[in-house]
Ligand binder design. Structure first.
Ligand SMILES: [Zn+2]
Length: 416
């Protein structure tokens, strides 16, 4: 008999939060699973952002193979940004491994537009249009009846009172729960993968309300996680003995102390020249050695690859060394900003290595790396954001197995 796989994703939630709130009785269903089965910290992708991490989870491949290095990339031979979506994914997601097995794939980030498969696919963010986010199309009216939402309206988070935003988190989570319920029953499936993403939106805007028990919204955030636990409970109550159940996140979250504008740092150090008041990547001048894409991806300004490229092959390694020294020296209030610097070959391999950033920076706790262009200051308060991504994701699986230092590319190897 073919075993069924159920993978519940909770976007942006660190190991520490799941461990803490289940111990405190806020997430009793998760506590049962955690006690009985395997629960581990899981390393996120590099960089630790949703598009890269979910692409690694569903394909089992690193960005060097699947080709997704971030939410942005550059169009070949230009300095113009493109936004890689599901069409840019160069490896097959697990639901195509056994075409005879049907799948229900709900709200997985970076799977827009939805594509034909044996089953049902509703794309997660960044999804622009519900019609294009839905396969087969016959489910569009049903989703509309469910008042389906692709994402939380994050504009509400910038208001003075956070009450309206928290109401929005609950509203979208309730719709998610109804939608998961509906599709559980709709077809006979072998893979069922629902993802909750309002958890990441909570983290970016309200992390302080979780960390600080005196925060006026603390109890509502605990209620929010109790509601997420109810969804886990719904599914846990329906699984059969042979089912594989995995609950996981794609990356973690932590408090943000300061934004770090890396392109501004390169400008101030004379390695990036934008030479205009109208600053954008298209203003990169010939004497620039490199530039940054979000969050900490460094690209050498290579001759032949970019319109104003200056670095020739023989200069590449020296420039890499120069940049490493520069970023290692970056300090904020006497604290080192960068924890680790990877050269691309250390972390990536595969057919898409050609598009990899030359260096990837990993930040110390509390620093949010940014590639904004035209910022006056290197360090900046994070305004309405109180949380930022960390590399500490989690995985829980209902099997008694040894999981040594799991990472996002290991997940599909655990499926039945
Ligand atoms: Zn996020």
């Amino acid at each position: 008999m073919i075993r069924r796989n159920i993978i519940i994703g909770i976007d942006g939630i660190p190991f520490e939060l799941m461990d803490n709130l289940s111990d405190k009785g806020i997430m009793p269903n998760f506590q049962d699973l955690k006690r009985e089965f395997t629960f581990k910290e899981m390393k996120s992708s590099i960089p630790h952002i949703s598009s890269v991490s979910w692409s690694s989870i569903i394909t089992g491949e690193n960005p060097g193979e699947h080709g997704i290095y971030g939410f942005t990339d550059m169009i070949e031979n230009t300095y113009s940004l493109r936004y890689p979506n599901y069409n840019a994914l160069k490896s097959k997601p697990f639901w195509y491994f056994h075409p005879d097995r049907s799948s229900v794939i709900l709200n997985v980030p970076s799977t827009y537009p939805a594509k034909e498969l044996n089953g049902i696919h509703i794309s997660g963010f960044v999804a622009l249009d519900l019609e294009k986010a839905t396969y087969p199309k016959k489910y569009v009216p049903i989703l509309k009846d469910l008042n389906y939402e692709i994402d939380v309206d994050t504009k509400l988070a910038h208001q003075q009172s956070k009450d309206v935003f928290i109401d929005e988190l609950f509203r979208v989570l309730k719709i998610r729960r109804k939608t998961f319920d509906y599709f559980w029953e709709t077809i006979k499936w072998k893979n069922f993968m629902p993802v909750i993403t309002s958890s990441d939106r909570f983290g970016h805007f309200m992390w302080n309300a979780y960390e600080n028990s005196k925060n006026p919204y603390h109890n509502r955030i605990l209620e929010f996680f109790n509601e997420i636990d109810n969804i886990i409970g719904d599914i846990k109550g329906r699984i059969e003995e042979d089912d594989t159940l995995i609950i996981l996140s794609d990356h973690g979250m932590e408090g943000v102390e300061s934004n770090v504008n890396l392109n501004t740092y390169l400008e101030k150090e004379g390695l990036l020249n934008l030479s205009s008041n109208l600053k954008n990547y298209n203003r990169i001048q010939k004497d620039s050695k490199g530039f940054v894409l979000d969050p900490g991806r460094i690209y050498l300004n290579k001759k032949g690859r970019y319109p104003n490229g200056m670095i020739i092959k023989e200069q590449e390694q020296d420039t890499v060394e120069e940049l490493k020294i520069l970023f290692n020296d970056l300090k904020y209030n006497n604290r080192k900003v960068i924890k680790k610097i990877y050269e691309k070959e250390e972390i990536y391999s595969g057919k898409m290595l050609i598009n990899a950033p030359d260096l990837v920076l990993i930040e110390n706790k509390g620093f949010q790396l940014k590639a904004s262009i035209g910022k006056a200051d290197i360090f900046e308060q994070a305004s309405s954001f109180s949380g930022k991504h960390s590399d500490s994701a989690f995985i829980c699986i209902n099997k008694d197995i040894e999981l040594e230092n799991p990472t996002v590319t290991d997940v599909i190897g655990l499926l039945g």
